[in-house]
Write a protein that binds this ligand. Structure first.
Ligand code: HEC
Length: 455
C-alpha cells in the first residue's frame, strides 16, 4: 500500500510538471523574474559583465562572454549555471542577496529547455521594462482604506474652493469649507508626487510606482460621473475624457513639476535623474518635448523656472542645486554647499536670486518642501519637524510657524492669492491654515473611509 501511494504522488508531480512545461511565456513568466532579480545590475546602462538583460536580443547577444543560453539545453547554459552555482559565480551575487528560489530556477530552465523563445507579440529589441508596464493593470482603489495614505502631493483648485490630494492609486478632491470628500479619480500611478494646475484648469500629475514606473499625465477632473454616497467617481485610467494625455513614461517615479510663469513651458524631474521640458504653448494635448536634461547625479526633487522662463533651477539627492540655461542647453551654476539632499528650489521674483533648501537649523531637521507665492510675497517651507514656516520672499525673514500636523510634512501649497496654506503629512493628515495668522481653518484625514484615532 505504501508503495502504491508514493507512486501516485510521484505521478501527480509528473503531471503537474508537464502541465507547467507547456506554457512558459518569456514575457509573462521569465521577464518578471529577470526584472525582479537581475535588472538592477544587468540594466541597459553600464550592465555588469556587459550583459544587458532588459532586451531579449541583448540577453541573447551575451556580455563579455557569448550568448549565455544553449537553446534546448539548460544543463549546458551558463545562464542557468550561474543560478545554481555555489561558488562566486552565483547570480545574483551572494553579497547582494539569496539565490533564486527552486521554483523560479525551474521556470527559467523550462523556458530554455523549450527553446528560449520570445512571445510572438514581443519584439526582440523591445525594452522589457516597457513591455511589462504595458501588461500591468492598475487596481481599483478600495472603497475604504485600511491604512492611512501619506499626503505626498496636494494643491488648491484654481478657484481655491477645493483641495486635491494624492491617494492610493487615486486622486481625491475635498471641499475646503466642509472638509468633505467630493471626488475620487483613480489613476494608474500608485502615488502622486506633484500636482500642478494649468491656467485652463487642467491638472498635471507626476508620480508612479516606486522602482517600477513613473509618469506625467494631464487630467480633466471637472467632469461629472457616477455618484455613490455623495462622492463622484471618475475613471482616470481608461476614460480619455478624464485622462487627457500622458506626457512621460519613465522607469521610476517622477517627483516634481514646474510651470513657467507665462504658462508655455512645463518641466518634470524624478528618480531617473532627468529633467524634461515641454513646450505646451499649443495646449497640453499638443505638448512637445523640448529637452531632457541630464545634469544631476541622483534623484531630482524639485524644479522651478526663473520668472522670465529662461532658466530652470533644480535640486537633487546629489546634494546640489543647479541652474540650467534653457536656450543654450548648458549648466549655468551649481550650488554644492549642501551637506545633504536638497529638497526644494525657488526663484525670487527678481529672477536673479534663487533659494535652495535641505538641511536647516530653522526647522530642527530637514526642509522637505518649498513653495512660494508672489502675491503674498512669501515662501513656505515644510519640515521633518512636523511644522510649516513662512518667510518673507525678499528679506528671508521668518514670518509665521504653522503647527498641528503630527508627522513629517511631505506636501505644501498656497491657494492662488496666498491667503491660505495647506500642508500634508506622512500619516495622511492635511491641515489648511490662514496664512496671515496661522489659525487652523480645517483638518482633513485624507484616507477615504479610514477611522482615525485623532478624529
Ligand atoms: C548585484 C549585482 C548583480 C545581480 C543582481 C545579478 N548579477 Fe549577473 N553579474 C554581476 C556581475 C558583477 C557580473 C560580472 C562577473 C564577472 O565578470 O566576473 C555578472 C555577470 C553575469 C553573467 C555573465 C555575463 C558575461 O557575459 O560575462 C550572467 C550570465 C549573469 N550575470 C546572470 C545573472 C542573472 C540571470 C541574474 C538574475 C537572476 C543576475 N546575473 C543578477 C552582477 C549581478
Amino acid at each position: 500500500m505504501k508503495i502504491a501511494k508514493s507512486i501516485l504522488v510521484a505521478c501527480a508531480f509528473l503531471i503537474s510538471n508537464v502541465a507547467n512545461a507547456q506554457n512558459i511565456s518569456f514575457i509573462k513568466d521569465v521577464a518578471p523574474i529577470l526584472k525582479e532579480n537581475c535588472f538592477a545590475c544587468h540594466g541597459s546602462k553600464n550592465p555588469k559583465g556587459k550583459l544587458d538583460m532588459t532586451k531579449y536580443e541583448a540577453l541573447r547577444h551575451g556580455g563579455t562572454k557569448d550568448d549565455p543560453i544553449v537553446v534546448g539545453k539548460p544543463d549546458e547554459s551558463y545562464f542557468i549555471d550561474v543560478l545554481k552555482a555555489t561558488d562566486k559565480s552565483r547570480m545574483p551575487p551572494k553579497e547582494s542577496g539569496d539565490a533564486l528560489s527552486p521554483e523560479k530556477i525551474k521556470i527559467l530552465e523550462q523556458w530554455v529547455a523549450q527553446g528560449a523563445k520570445i512571445d510572438k507579440e514581443v519584439d526582440a529589441k523591445a525594452d522589457l521594462l516597457k513591455e511589462l508596464r504595458l501588461r500591468w493593470k492598475a487596481p481599483v482603489p478600495s472603497a475604504k482604506y485600511s491604512f492611512p495614505v501619506a499626503a505626498t502631493a496636494l494643491a488648491f483648485s484654481p478657484d481655491g474652493k477645493k483641495i486635491v490630494v494624492g491617494g492610493h492609486h487615486e486622486i481625491t478632491v475635498w471641499d475646503v469649507e466642509t472638509a468633505k470628500l467630493e471626488k475620487r479619480i483613480n489613476t494608474r500611478a500608485r502615488r502622486s508626487m506633484a500636482f500642478l494646475f494649468l491656467p485652463d484648469g487642467k491638472l498635471i500629475v507626476a508620480g508612479g510606482r516606486p522602482g517600477e514606473e513613473g509618469d506625467v499625465r494631464a487630467y480633466d477632473i471637472s467632469s461629472s460621473g457616477k455618484i455613490t454616497d455623495g462622492v463622484t467617481f471618475l475613471d482616470g485610467v481608461n476614460d480619455k475624457k478624464i485622462m487627457l494625455k500622458q506626457l512621460l513614461d519613465a522607469d521610476d517615479e517622477v517627483l516634481c513639476l514646474a510651470l513657467s510663469s507665462d504658462g508655455k513651458k512645463l518641466a518634470a524631474g524624478g528618480c531617473d535623474r532627468l529633467l524634461h521640458v515641454w513646450d505646451i504653448s499649443s495646449g497640453i494635448e499638443n505638448a512637445k518635448l523640448e529637452q531632457s536634461i541630464e545634469n544631476h547625479a541622483d534623484w531630482v526633487f524639485s524644479a522651478a523656472f526663473s520668472p522670465d522662463g529662461n532658466f530652470l533651477a533644480s535640486s537633487s539627492r546629489d546634494k546640489t542645486a543647479k541652474v540650467w540655461n534653457l536656450a543654450s542647453k548648458e549648466s549655468l551654476a551649481t550650488f554644492p554647499d549642501h551637506q545633504n539632499s536638497v529638497y526644494g528650489v525657488f526663484f525670487k521674483a527678481d529672477g536673479k536670486n534663487c533659494y535652495s533648501a535641505g538641511d536647516d537649523k530653522q526647522h530642527t531637521g530637514q526642509i522637505l518642501k518649498v513653495v512660494g507665492n508672489d502675491k503674498a510675497n512669501l515662501i513656505a517651507t515644510g519640515g521633518s519637524d512636523n511644522t510649516i514656516k513662512t518667510w518673507n520672499a525678499e528679506s528671508g525673514a521668518a514670518v509665521k510657524t504653522f503647527a498641528g500636523l503630527t508627522d513629517q510634512v511631505l506636501s505644501l501649497a498656497f491657494n492662488k492669492d496666498g491667503s491660505l496654506i495647506a500642508g500634508g503629512a506622512w500619516n495622511g493628515e492635511v491641515i489648511i491654515w490662514k496664512t496671515a495668522d496661522a489659525v487652523v481653518l480645517k483638518k482633513i484625514a485624507i484616507s477615504p473611509g479610514l477611522q482615525t484615532a485623532s478624529k
